[in-house]
Design a protein around this ligand. Structure first.
Ligand code: HEM
Length: 170
């Protein structure tokens, strides 16, 4: 029998982080995959507020990670313990770098490297899929299936975008 639990606060924060993160990816992916809806209300609003939504993703993820680090007594000096959480930690590092450079000053200072750096966001997409799958296997909460559908459909649309771009170039 499949048992699904209610998510505790730390899981809700993880879910909110994942949802905000997916919202930051949606406009650039949908612009290529669904060009007809480029000027629709939702993609326009998401694009306009992308940086702010990204900062929210960072804050939710930070408190999610912080609560779980305390709850599970994760010791960063012990490699074997922290290795178990490597995907979450790596995603958190990426979120921190992206949040710290999501401002006009960084765009100017980093010039074309800024775009390269912000491509790290796509690496977070794979790490996050692995994180949720690995950490929640066998004890899903109500938000786990929603997270899995959101991150997997975003990944599928991302590959579709790459394929469309490749086709347009050739
Ligand atoms: C220091 C970094 C992190 C640590 C230590 C960490 C730890 C964990 C742990 C232990 C779980 C399983 C909770 C359980 O068994 O109920 C979990 C689940 C989850 N984490 Fe993380 N995490 C980190 C970073 C992140 C980041 C950056 C995100 C999102 C952007 C994220 C999103 C999630 C989500 C969506 C779940 C599943 C919640 C559910 O389905 O109920 N985590 N995390």
């Amino acid at each position: 029998m499949i048992v699904i639990d209610s998510p505790p606060l730390e899981n809700c924060l993880g879910f909110l982080a994942l949802s905000s993160y997916v919202m930051t990816l949606a406009p650039s992916i949908s612009r290529i995959v669904f060009p007809k809806y480029k000027k629709a209300f939702l993609p326009k609003i998401l694009l306009k507020n992308r940086r702010l939504i990204g900062v929210f993703a960072f804050l939710f993820a930070f408190f999610h990670g912080w609560l779980l680090i305390n709850k599970r007594h994760i010791d960063f000096s012990d490699f074997r313990t922290s290795w178990i959480y490597c995907q979450g930690i790596a995603t958190m590092i990426i979120f921190t770098v992206l949040a710290a450079t999501s401002n006009d000053w960084s765009v100017k200072a980093l010039k074309k490297n800024w775009k390269q750096l912000h491509r790290l966001t796509y690496l977070a997409m794979f790490l996050l899929t692995w994180h949720v799958w690995d950490k929640m296997s066998g004890h899903w909460t109500y938000v786990t299936p929603i997270s899995m559908v959101a991150i997997l459909s975003t990944t599928a649309l991302y590959f579709l975008r790459l394929w469309y771009e490749h086709r347009a170039e050739n």
